[in-house]
Design a protein around this ligand. Structure first.
Ligand code: NAP
Length: 293
């Protein structure tokens, strides 16, 4: 255990920096909002009065998301949607509009990921992750943007990214490349759509463990022996810290922030050491045996 305090812990879940009712009368469309960080983001919008639309593939995830938002006393609707399929996205936005009117905030949170050394990655694994994380994110933004351009209404998009968009991500070649594309897309769309009143930002979580993490990712974390001590903040992030950042970015107080990607990770992504630690291959870090072609 460190002798130093690290960054202070945040206020508890349920508190907010924004005025109550900031998102009253606003519909917020969250992809992957039934699990983990997407659910945490949706919850913070709900606490501030938003109507929530959760879109993802699996009924059990949609039900879990619906329950959390209902428990907060907010209105919620769910819609099955595979973001790789533009038709499915169109149907989901039709359902969202029918429920609460046109969503004016889009949280493009859905993504796919699992760790694998690049040499073991099948073409299908690469394609699947890029298809969901990069192509799907664009398809959802495109549908949302086109509807707002047609209606001449202002809107806000938040694309959830990852810090290996800048640094590369050993063990995550597919996801890191896709997230680099997502970050770049934020910058392009913010300029293209700013004139129409559409704000576009990125939001990057640091390590924020949650019960919905896949077994692959959990396994990876278990191998990091003391997760708090491995962070410059001397603690991992709490989900509400990401939700607060998302609600701020989409709030009336952040309208001049566009084309920016905000990293909420206690500076972990900037970490370098004074002396180089020994290099351990991704295979060894993952406990894999020697490469077999
Ligand atoms: P998660 O629990 O695995 O959630 C992923 C969500 O995406 C699920 O709800 C899933 O729902 C949905 N999804 C996946 N494929 C989809 C598809 N084809 N169409 C529609 N929805 C789909 O992940 P998380 O940890 O909360 O991560 C949320 C976001 O934060 C992701 O963008 C991730 O890359 C990013 N991130 C997370 C961390 C972290 O520490 N957790 C760190 C950096 C970045 P269905 O299965 O129901 O479709």
């Amino acid at each position: 255990m460190s002798a130093f305090p690290g960054l202070p812990t945040p206020p508890p879940v349920g508190t907010s920096a924004l005025p109550a009712g900031t998102f009253e009368g606003t519909s917020v469309f969250v992809t992957g909002g039934g699990t983990g960080l997407g659910k945490a983001i949706a919850s913070e919008f709900a606490r501030l009065g938003a109507d929530i639309v959760i879109a993802s593939r699996k009924p059990e995830h949609l039900e879990a998301g619906e329950q959390s938002i209902t428990d907060l006393g907010a209105r919620v609707t769910t819609v099955e949607c595979d973001i790789r399929d533009p038709e499915s996205i169109t149907t989901a936005f039709d359902a969202a509009e029918a429920a609460f009117g046109m969503p004016s905030v889009l949280v493009n949170n859905a993504a796919a990921n699992f760790p694998v050394p690049a040499e073991d990655m099948s073409p299908n694994a690469w394609r699947t992750v890029v298809d969901i994380t990069l192509n799907g994110t664009f398809f959802v933004a495109r549908e949302f943007g086109r509807r707002h351009l047609a209606a001449e209404t202002p809107a806000s998009i938040i694309n959830v990214g990852a810090s290996y968009a800048w640094t590369g991500g050993p063990g995550f070649a597919h996801s890191a490349a896709a997230k680099a594309g997502v970050k770049n897309m934020v910058e392009t769309l913010a300029v293209e759509w700013g004139p129409y009143g559409i704000q576009v930002n990125g939001l990057v979580p640091g390590l924020m463990p949650h019960e919905d993490m896949t077994d692959d990712i959990q396994g990876n974390l278990v191998r990091t022996h003391d997760k708090d001590a491995a962070q410059p903040a001397l603690r991992v992030g709490q989900r509400q810290e990401l939700g607060w950042a998302a609600t701020f970015l989409a709030s009336p107080f952040a309208r001049f922030i566009s084309g920016h990607t905000l990293v909420v990770d206690g500076a972990n992504w900037q970490r370098r050491s004074l002396t180089n630690p020994e290099v351990i291959t991704v295979r060894d870090q993952m406990g894999r045996g020697p490469f077999e072609p």
